[in-house]
Design a protein around this ligand. Structure first.
Ligand code: HEC
Length: 155
């Protein structure tokens, strides 16, 4: 956390009207998103692996797997194709559902929905951390981009 803060403090302090507390939550959320590599998976890339401009968090990064093609979800604030309509509770619960000790990683059968999203690992994040991530994602500009999250291999 501190390393992040220090490296992002501008040379000349630049004050904004954002209340300090909210500012801290956003900075912390940004830090977590960065540390957990959310953007890496959730931003589509070109054939050289460079993030597509204007598509930050818009999903659709392609991951070929033996079962088929997995694509990351749109995490921007777009209300239709992203998570713009999600409430904080929905967001936190989407992660926490995997923290239930009775949750077993599903056996993957050929052609069934696959995910690479490290849900189980992230489900152990603190609720406040998930809330900070959610607050940060609220600041991501909406990008209308529908993603087919899984496409099974064809015969
Ligand atoms: C290894 C790649 C990877 C990383 C890292 C990753 N994700 Fe994902 N994520 C995916 C994929 C693939 C999907 C689509 C499949 C699914 O919904 O499980 C997804 C789905 C999601 C969804 C569900 C969206 C929906 O429309 O249902 C949310 C929310 C999400 N990710 C948030 C995050 C956050 C926040 C982080 C960082 C803490 C993160 N992801 C990191 C690959 C990743």
């Amino acid at each position: 956390m501190w390393g992040f803060c220090i490296s992002t403090i501008p040379q000349k302090a630049h004050f904004t009207s954002i209340p300090k507390e909210e500012n801290d939550t956003l900075a912390y959320g940004a830090y977590l998103v960065n540390a957990a590599a959310c953007a890496d998976c959730h931003t589509p890339v070109d054939d050289k692996g460079q993030p597509l401009p204007g598509m930050d968090f818009a999903g659709g990064r392609v991951f070929p797997t033996p079962m088929g093609t997995v694509r990351s979800a749109n995490l921007t604030q777009d209300e239709v194709t992203g998570i713009g309509r999600w409430t904080e509770a929905m967001f936190v619960n989407r992660f926490k559902a995997y923290a239930d000790p009775s949750h077993k990683a599903p056996t993957i059968h050929l052609r069934e929905m696959q995910t690479l999203m490290p849900w189980t690992m992230y489900s152990h994040m603190k609720t406040d951390d998930l809330k900070a991530i959610f607050a940060y994602l609220k600041t991501i500009k909406p990008v209308n981009h529908s993603v087919v999250k899984f496409e099974p291999i064809k015969d």
